[in-house]
Design a binder for this molecule. Structure first.
Ligand code: PEP
Ligand code: CO
Length: 397
């Protein structure tokens, strides 16, 4: 890479490669991987610079205390998703939730889906066991296959090409479906760095953007200050989300913000708290206080899903009561700390799935099997999501 393409204290799209990268697959065939990277580097961007910039501008408003971010969608997209139906579903769901939220939000309702690139999953355990057998964990369709079968679980770089093609189609459909109304922007976790690097492009002003999605976030398992994921994300202009879990300290969060956004640009960073209904009580206030004392112009939002996951047998269990409980506490703590409660981040489906317990969904663990469709974590079904939006609307008004 020539020196002119290097910016930001030695950052360039591949500078993550000298850092330790957690949660990344080991591809057996290096030549095949490099061929895929070259192909993606020459491929169409999934999203346009201008739209990424527009989301940055919208987020700056939220950082100034006006508006609300509704972010949500699948835990993991799948190569089997029927794209037209998926897009129609998420647009309809955002509309229905927006009907509840829009009228009571002071300022714009900013809409960002987990879509058109949400294909890579961090895993708590490297292996998965069924019956007596142990196989490598499923890491999302962009990496390996979900079938419990040794061949399917081998990471295949060609899956990146397929994920990219599907994402281009999904993002285009989403843009077309919202062309006459409020945009719904795209987002995903920036986990699979060879894919992200290949889609990183320079705009006419010489600024680097991830063109894989409008907003990318840093997962709770890959937020090591000296790690590869932080290194990649510090160089792009896109809105960057940071998952903030119960083990985050104020010092670590301050250091992370300094690394990801030394210039403290308003709304550049969205801090997505995902503590769990119990842990949020002690954990959130000191973090909000530290960011405020440092003058950090961030947006705080709440992901009430990922800290409220229990295991029953082989199923992940999430209860609506815990999810609502974490949202209630998020609002209460933010207000007590004089911080703008800036949004929510949900795993939700437009379908009538039975993945979270409570409300207009399954009443017990036994009912989860009825329509369990997720490729990874349990999502709210459409009715649960709309009811939750109504609940948040009450908190906002
Ligand atoms: C996710 O958002 O799907 C996820 C894995 O979140 P976290 O990194 O917060 O666990
Ligand atoms: Co998830």
């Amino acid at each position: 890479m020539s020196a002119t393409l290097v910016s930001n204290d030695g950052w360039f799209p591949a500078s993550w490669r000298t850092r330790e990268a957690r949660q990344m697959p080991a591809y057996a065939d290096g030549d095949a991987l490099r061929a895929v990277e070259a192909r993606l580097a020459a491929a169409a961007p999934v999203v346009a610079f201008d739209d990424c910039q527009q989301l940055r501008d919208a987020m700056a408003g939220l950082a100034a205390g006006r508006g609300f971010l509704l972010q949500g969608g699948d835990c993991a997209e799948s190569f089997d998703d029927p794209v037209a139906q998926q897009v129609a579903g998420i647009v309809g769901l955002f509309d229905a939730m927006g009907e509840r939220l829009g009228p009571v939000v002071d300022g714009p309702l900013v809409q960002v889906a987990r879509i058109a690139g949400q294909f890579a999953k961090p895993r708590s355990a490297p292996v998965e066991q069924h019956g007596g057998d142990t196989l490598p964990a499923y890491r999302g369709d962009i990496i390996n296959g979900i079938a419990f079968d040794a061949l399917a679980r081998i990471p295949d770089p060609l899956r990146m090409v397929r994920a990219h093609m599907q994402s281009v189609g999904t993002a285009a459909s989403l843009a077309a479906a919202t062309a006459s109304g409020d945009p719904i922007r795209t987002s995903h976790e920036a986990l699979l760095l060879p894919y992200e690097e290949a889609l990183t492009r320079r705009d006419p002003h010489g600024r680097w953007w991830a063109t894989s999605g409008h907003m990318l976030w840093l997962g709770d398992r890959t937020r090591q200050l000296g790690g590869a994921h932080v290194e990649y994300l510090r160089g792009i202009e896109n809105v960057v989300g940071v998952k903030v879990g119960p083990t985050m300290t104020a010092d670590a969060l301050l250091a992370l913000a300094d690394r990801l956004d030394p210039a403290n640009r308003p709304g550049k960073l969205v801090l997505i708290g995902r503590f769990g209904v119990k842990a949020i009580e002690e954990a959130l206030a000191p973090l909000m206080r530290a960011m405020r004392a440092a003058g950090r112009k961030v947006v705080w939002t709440s992901d009430p899903m990922h800290g409220n996951t229990a295991i029953a047998g082989t199923r992940k269990v999430r209860r609506l009561s815990d999810i609502l409980g974490e949202i209630d506490r998020f609002f209460a703590i933010a207000r007590a700390e004089d911080v703008h409660p800036g949004g929510i981040h949900l795993e939700m489906s437009a379908l009538d799935v039975t993945e979270c317990i409570g409300g207009r969904g399954p009443a017990s663990v036994e009912e989860l099997d009825k329509n369990w469709l997720t490729a990874c974590d349990p999502r709210l079904n459409a009715q649960q999501a709309v009811d939750l939006a109504g609940h948040v609307a009450e908190l906002l008004s």
